[in-house]
Every structure is written in C-alpha cells, then in structure tokens.
Design a protein around this ligand. Sequence first.
Ligand SMILES: NC(=O)c1ccc[n+]([C@@H]2O[C@H](COP(=O)([O-])OP(=O)(O)OC[C@H]3O[C@@H](n4cnc5c(N)ncnc54)[C@H](O)[C@@H]3O)[C@@H](O)[C@H]2O)c1
Length: 367
Amino acid sequence: MLVEKIRIAIVGIGNCASSLIQGIEYYRDKNAQDAIGLMHWEIGGYKPSDMEVVAAFDIDRRKVGLDVAEAIFAPPNCTTVFCSHVPPTGVNVSMGRILDGVAEHMVDVDERYSFQPSARPEPSKAEVVKILQDSRAEILVNYLPVGSQEATEFYAECALDAGVGFVNCIPVFIASNPLWEDKFRLNKVPIIGDDIKSQLGATITHRALANQFQKRGVKIDRTYQINTGGNTDFLNMLDRRRLDSKKESKTEAVQSVVRERLAHENIHVGPSDYVPWQKDNKVCFIRMEGRLFGDVPMNIELRLSVEDSPNSAGVVIDAIRCCKLGLDRGLGGVLDSPSAFFMKHPPKQFVDDEAYEMTERFIANPS
Ligand SMILES: NC(=O)c1ccc[n+]([C@@H]2O[C@H](COP(=O)([O-])OP(=O)(O)OC[C@H]3O[C@@H](n4cnc5c(N)ncnc54)[C@H](O)[C@@H]3O)[C@@H](O)[C@H]2O)c1
C-alpha cells in the first residue's frame, strides 16, 4: 500500500539533522528483517523512509540557499557519513531568524568548527509561517543550539500559527512549560518534547543503572556523569550561561528514577568539555557510589563512547512518526506517552519500562 509521506520542516541543519536525513535515505531500500538500528520498523503504517523534508531553516552562510541534501554535509557539520548518496530534495535551506541561536564566543572560533551567520535578511514571523504553509509542512523539528530560548519560542509560535506539529529535540522547555502546553492544546496542535533522549546514550544508561540500584536495595550516595565531545553542540555549550536548562533536563532525567532525590552536591550531570578532535564522537564517564547489604560501600565506573548525532536520530525517527499519529488522530497538546519515552524532560516523567509500554499502547491504540 502506498503511504503518503510525512511532510517535515527542520530548523537547524546541523549534525542531528544530517543523521536524520541520511537515515531517511539509508532505510529506503531496507526491510523489517535487515534494518539495523531502529526501535520500530513501522509506526501506524509509516516506515522510516515515509517522510520527506519540505522546508528547512538555518542561519549559516555555508548552508542557507543550498539544497538540503548538500547542506547536511556542509561545515561545520562533522558527523559520520553513513549514507553519502542523499539525492537532491528540491528544497533549499531558507534563512532563519538568528535571535539567540548563535553564542557570542562562536564568532571568535576557527570557521571550520563554528557557526558563520549569513548576512542575508532575516525573515519575519509571517514569512516563516508562509514557508511552512506553502510547503504544506505537517511537523516542525527543532534542532537549534542549546540556549536558544528566544529562537525556540519564535519557531514554536510559527508552528502554532501554521498549525504544524512540533517535535522539540532541545532543552528549552516548551512541552514541559504549562503556558506553552496550553497554547498547543488550545490550537489543537500536537507537541512532543523536550530534549531528545539518545538511542543508547548517557541518559538512558545512567537511568538504567540508577533503576537497578534502586530495585536491588542499594542506596545511592553520589553520582556524576561527565561528557566530552568535539561537535558544535559541545563548542556552543562552553558558554555556561546557555546551559541552565540542559543541566536541569539531564539531571532531572536521572533524579526522576531515584526514590530519594540526591542532594544537589551529590549529583553532577552535565556536558563538561569540548575536545575538537573528538568531532561528533561523545565520550561519557559515569560514576556511581552506593552502599549495599550491611551498609558496605561499592562503586561502579563506566565509559561510553558513541557517535552523538545518529544516536539521537534513531529516536527522532520515531518521535516524528508518533507526532504524525497525533495529527492523524486529531490530538492537540502534549503527547504524554511518546514525550516520556523519547524525551529527557517531558511534562510527566515515568520510569523507562513504563514509558516504553505507554508508547507501545499509544502506537497500537487509535482511540
Ligand atoms: N545526541 C544528540 O546529538 C542530542 C541529544 C539531545 C539533544 N540534542 C540537541 O539537539 C540540538 C541540535 O544538535 P546538533 O548536534 O545538530 O547541533 P549543531 O550545532 O550541529 O546544529 C545546530 C544548527 O542550528 C543552526 N542555527 C543556529 N541558530 C539558528 C537559528 N536562529 N535559526 C536556524 N538555525 C540556527 C546552526 O547553524 C546549526 O546548523 C542541540 O541543541 C543539541 O543539544 C542533541
């Protein structure tokens, strides 16, 4: 049966967008048996390649104006190329509204690694809404840099005005902010957010460990999660002022699975440094200290190494399809189950097994 493609718009054609768009092409000639790296082959009849990019926004002079298929390989993107033959989409990257998307310190960094804002005129809100409407986009995926509060709010407003669903992959709180959640509900527009969990990343690993400590009666005394990487996401996060919501999102993702919340000084979770030669490889160090039977101390240390952007795309490919199910079913506001399973900072946290079951029920149950 021929399925209509899900029409997506993307803001921020960085490494994560590159992996997602490569993936849409990569899985085109695969089938349920030979496809590696997916949580779901089909969601509500939609396969991973049943989506197309119909609009895209960025502000980098090396990306704006290019076909999306070329822009995803333009510098400073540095993620693994696992599908080099992405055919032209016929969609050129539109100039976006810069607002707080570009951190001040980025401007002084070698252009191979930093954002280079285009001098093209920035669009008004009405112009962005028109692009979304003219392209008949159904879902806007937000991949702006961490700390883009104003820019995220700007594009969220555009999504509301254009009546397109919103998948908020970044730690600016929209789905988990009751004021914004109201706006999406009243406008009958579905939203999944906030801050995408990776397929097998630091958050899910740390949560799984914390959950086992808890279930097996081991008291957690202290923990840290330190991450290093060499992509623009990590470069951007050197500006600590942009990090408040990222830290909150990542810390809360761990705190929410421990029965007794850890005191502030006993938990440290955060992006910690930028190492340029790591490129899109992220290395995460987790340490947990606890006490088991007889109050006897133990600790565990773990090192995780992952390519950051495909790791998030493996989840976004499902979040987009769940958002589309929300549109098909006429749902507005936060889609709680997929938000809890796919996102680090949903409005309502659930342990991962429960969030998984809830999402499976959401997918299976059209009512
Ligand atoms: N595993 C992951 O990679 C992961 C997990 C969770 C969250 N995220 C978040 O997803 C977001 C995207 O990550 P990434 O690695 O693709 O980042 P990136 O730095 O590679 O891409 C960001 C893109 O946004 C563009 N941009 C900046 N300001 C803009 C504006 N105002 N309008 C339009 N475009 C603008 C930049 O030019 C760049 O192309 C980040 O916030 C990151 O923290 C990523």
